[in-house]
Write a protein that binds this ligand. Structure first.
Ligand code: GDG
Length: 466
């Protein structure tokens, strides 16, 4: 079996295993098992001369290959085409799309730069796994350099409906690039359907079966591989009580209060203002919970150089202030809003200490927070997950309270249902949800994907688990 080569926009620091999250855990495990290479951007932005340097670091049987970006590449490839065109469009926000020709040119050139970095290190029997919307042209770039290896792509974000994708400038080129991969992996069945429908309406690709597409002389496998988390590690951290969190939990018990928690990157796709309004509505329709409901919104800073992100930050701050101004008393403020990154060791016990996990993105590829909230719960007295039907995770986590995040009133009523839900029902739902989260953890995800990539067959994720 050849080595595994992973190419993604960012790479994890292989020397610091403890700091990496669920997604990276799956990838690192696969790399260690097979030996290989992880290539990508090192996270720094430097001048042109320095940006041509490549850093090679070896940890055991895994080598990392990284390069800085120039400020041009950062602005046009990363913030530009990736995050001002593809990210909003794939999350159904064509109104936020800011397309410029120089973005796509730089996106293509930066993919070529990454391919140029990886190419001399490739062996003929390496299996290559490319991640996410930043690197759609990667297979095409590697093929141009003569590499005939099996190359797979995994899209972490949603694949939008055919109408939306066809509104992305240069979608024909993006389609051509996607079809240079041997396996295209999506998060959900819905994404696969969207892709099929787009191909049917906008290309002459032949759809042989739900999992096989033929274009000219190429056969491409398509599948859905719902990403999971490192359940054991997350559950372990969540049970490690921190004094401050424990004290707060006890204080809430004495005062008959409960906590509702949300934790997201501060991103417009996550639906934070809608959610804040739903919490406000809940306090209006259930005045008996005024003085008893604490809403903790952790919103870690993200892509602050993009205007749409500073707009959402201002809107959220204004809303949080308004809800507190209206409902707070001298000894209670309903909303705690934290605009910082919280350490993972704190996040997990906070999930466990919260009666309700409120996860209501307007659109999300999967949403790992939903799975982390489930993994963090105490089996004897578990909390309730309220989950948006537009999160990929909703395809699997049907025992959560599934809501339409745009319907403020529906979300407010779901909060009411959750607060009043009997313990036995909470336990029953949690048991089923936890089983699914355990069955499809991060290791399952990488094994399933790599099996399909290496062997060219893919049983549907549902079939294998059942
Ligand atoms: C993309 C797709 C897909 C959040 N706040 C803090 C913090 N987090 C952690 C969570 C979770 C991760 O960040 C967020 O993962 P999500 O899946 O929820 O969302 P994206 O970042 O948008 O990820 C998404 C994912 O890729 C994987 O394929 O599920 O749909 O958009 O792990 O816990 N972690 C720490 N402090 C925080 O304040 N330490």
């Amino acid at each position: 079996m050849g080595r595994l080569v992973v190419i993604s926009n960012r790479t994890a620091n292989l020397g610091k295993n403890t700091q990496i999250g669920g997604l990276a855990v799956g990838i690192v495990d696969a790399l260690k098992a097979q030996g290989g290479l992880w290539a990508g951007w090192d996270g720094s932005v430097v001048d042109a001369e320095e940006a041509a340097t490549i850093k090679i670091q070896t940890h055991g049987n895994v080598t990392s290959l990284t390069t800085p970006l120039t400020s041009q590449e950062h602005e046009k490839y990363y913030l530009g085409f990736a995050n001002k065109v593809l990210w909003p469009a794939f999350h159904y926000r064509l109104d936020l799309m800011d397309y410029r020709m120089e973005f796509v040119d730089c996106y293509s050139a930066t993919n070529a730069k990454f391919a140029e970095m990886v190419s001399p290190h490739l062996r003929d029997d390496d299996v290559i796994w490319v991640h996410d919307y930043h690197l759609i042209p990667m297979a095409a770039e590697l093929r141009k350099r003569g590499h005939k290896n099996r190359i797979g792509f995994f899209l972490h974000i949603p694949f939008p409906s055919a109408d939306i994708f066809s509104a992305v400038p240069r979608h024909e080129w993006l389609r051509y690039c996607m079809l240079q991969f041997d396996l295209i992996g999506f998060q959900t069945i819905n994404d696969v359907h969207n892709f099929h429908r787009y191909l049917k309406e906008h290309s002459d690709a032949a759809i042989i079966s739900p999992e096989l597409v033929r274009v000219n002389d190429r056969t491409i496998h398509i599948g859905h591989f719902p990403i999971g988390i490192d359940v054991k590690q997350f559950a372990k951290v969540s049970a490690r009580t921190d004094d401050t969190i424990e004290l707060e939990r006890m204080r809430r018990t004495v005062l008959k209060r409960f906590q509702v928690i949300s934790a997201d990157r501060l991103d417009y796709s996550k639906g934070l203002p809608h959610r804040m309004k739903a919490f406000r509505k809940f306090l209006e329709i259930c005045p008996e919970y005024q003085g008893h409901a604490d809403y903790l919104q952790i919103a870690s800073p993200s892509r602050e150089d993009v205007t749409a992100y500073s707009d959402i930050k201002a809107e959220l701050e204004q809303l949080a202030g308004a809800v507190n101004g209206r409902f707070a008393d001298f000894n209670w403020a309903p909303v705690q809003y934290i605009n910082r990154n919280i350490p993972r060791e704190k996040l997990a016990p906070l999930f466990r200490a919260s009666l309700i996990g409120l996860v209501t993105p307007l659109r999300d590829g999967m949403n790992l927070v939903a799975k982390e909230y489930i993994a963090a719960q105490d089996n004897k007295d578990p909390g309730i997950l309220i989950l948006s039907k537009f999160a990929g995770a909703a395809e699997e986590l049907s025992e959560a309270l599934i809501v339409n995040p745009y319907d403020i009133s529906e979300v407010a009523h779901a909060l009411k249902t959750a607060v009043t839900m009997p313990l036995e029902e909470r336990q029953l739902r949690h048991r089923k949800l936890l089983k699914r989260v355990i069955d499809r953890d991060a290791q399952w995800w990488q094994r399933e994907y790599l099996h399909a990539l290496q062997h060219g067959d893919h049983h549907s994720a549902n079939e294998r688990v059942a």
